[in-house]
Design a protein around this ligand. Structure first.
Ligand code: 5GP
Length: 199
């Protein structure tokens, strides 16, 4: 069985990452999602252990000390981190693991997992991005300004990624990510064991 791999999806707040990832997972039951830990307070409707593991600063620091994170970063004033054990176990099982993380985290992953696949999701325009964050109605005015400022900054890191997907329509964006996954599964580097087994 080919080894699994990490699929990192980043993009500015309002790029629709959350919606796209949700749809991607609904349509592809074989993909697994890595649930991050965060010190951010839960939004309405978010469930502990499903959307995030919501922890306080003390617990987050303890997890850092215990080397429980594959990567972690401060994003928009809160801490976010990817629990290492889940990810490494799933990859060993041959699963494709989706990491919805920011650019700082993606850069850390790139140093550790050269074979990971990096997708940058962008909105059709900055105007649309602002509309989406405002419409979501979950952030304060200051937080919206911070997220917009950070969005421009994050866009500068696009060349660290392998693919750009424009999220103008959710289904179309998901189609493109599925196409990327299918192609990535066929990389020679991932299929070496299969070649050996047929010789
Ligand atoms: P939100 O608060 O809107 O759920 O997420 C804010 C930002 O944090 C998003 O860009 C999201 O991708 C990022 N993020 C979520 N989980 C992680 C994580 O485990 N690590 C890193 N580095 N970023 C994360």
């Amino acid at each position: 069985m080919p080894k699994g791999f990490l699929l990192v999806i980043s993009g500015p707040s309002g790029s629709g990452k959350g919606t796209v990832c949700k749809k991607l997972l609904e349509r592809n039951k074989d993909l697994v999602f890595s649930v991050s830990a965060t010190t951010r307070k839960p939004r309405k409707g978010e469930i502990d252990g499903v959307n995030y593991f919501f922890v306080d600063d003390e617990k987050f620091n303890e997890m850092i000390s215990n080397n429980e994170f594959l990567e972690y970063a401060n994003v928009h004033g809160n801490w976010y981190g990817t629990p290492i054990k889940f990810v490494t176990d799933e990859i060993e099982k041959g699963e494709i693991v989706i990491l919805e993380i920011d650019v700082q985290g993606a850069i850390q992953i790139k140093e550790k997992y050269k074979e990971a696949v990096f997708i940058f999701l962008i909105p059709p325009s900055m105007n649309e991005l602002k509309n989406r964050i405002v419409k979501r109605g979950t952030e304060t005015k200051e937080d919206i300004e911070l997220r917009l400022k950070n969005a421009l900054n994050e866009l500068k890191f696009v060349d660290k990624y392998d693919y750009i997907v424009i999220n103008d329509e959710v289904d179309k964006a998901v189609n493109k990510i599925e196409a990327i996954i299918e192609a990535e599964k066929l990389r020679v580097a991932r299929l070496k064991d299969i070649i050996n087994s047929i010789i």
